[in-house]
Design a protein around this ligand. Structure first.
Ligand code: CA
Length: 217
């Protein structure tokens, strides 16, 4: 999944972005309100982590302007002591909030939860025939046996699995699996699809010529 993290404290921004990359997400960064709003309107992120106190335009303003355009899941970062901030955040259309200081495991879990809700999935487990993925543990099994996947293969599999029975275009995959600083090779998706087929079965992913890929199970 591709996330936007908007936070003006450089050290915290770096820490949050690093933690989310370790969870296999592509991460774009914004250091002020206008930049956050620009990027959020320009790209269809899977989720946005939005600090309340941002220079230029605060998080509430960014959120209310964004909500006029799209429904991207937004998780707000608020000061622990400010109950009013949390209420205002939820009232202005945030999907969840997290108090600072941020617990990185909790942030990862809440990001998973808001994106799962946005996809209409209630469970962390997705079953597709004899293949099952656990989106919390980020693991896959086939007929109950663990299938080792690389850090690039898992996010691709989860992205297709969350949209199973729908065709996902290559453009969509590049937009959601790579961040603004990545320059992926033009055939990298094909290579990873081929690797996933070797591990999960040749029929597991369907190619729709000129359109994209789907999991039909
Ligand atoms: Ca701040």
């Amino acid at each position: 999944m591709r996330l936007l993290i908007a936070e003006d404290e450089p050290d915290l921004l770096r820490t949050l972005a690093q933690a989310m990359r370790e969870q296999g997400h592509a991460v774009d960064e914004a250091a002020d309100g206008p930049q956050a709003l620009y990027k959020a309107s320009e790209w269809d992120y899977d989720a946005i982590v939005l600090d309340v106190m941002l220079p230029g335009m605060n998080g509430f303003e960014v959120l209310s302007k964004l909500r006029l355009m799209k429904k991207t899941p937004v998780l707000m970062l608020t000061a622990l002591t400010k109950v009013g901030d949390r209420i205002q955040g939820l009232d202005s259309g945030a999907d969840d909030y997290l108090a600072k200081p941020v617990d990185l495991d909790e942030l990862a879990a809440r990001v998973r939860a808001v994106t799962r809700r946005a996809q209409g999935d209630s469970s962390a487990i997705i079953r597709m025939g004899d293949v099952e993925i656990d989106t919390s543990a980020r693991r896959a099994t086939k007929s109950g046996e663990p299938v080792p996947l690389t850090g690039a293969e898992y996010p691709l599999l989860e992205y297709l699995a969350r949209r199973r029975k729908k065709i996902v275009t290559r453009t969509d995959l590049y937009d959601h699996l790579y961040d603004e600083n990545d320059t992926p090779l033009s055939n990298i998706i094909d290579v990873q699809i081929s690797n996933l087929r070797k591990k999960l079965g040749a029929e597991f992913i369907t190619t729709h010529r000129g359109q994209g890929y789907s999991i039909e199970k």
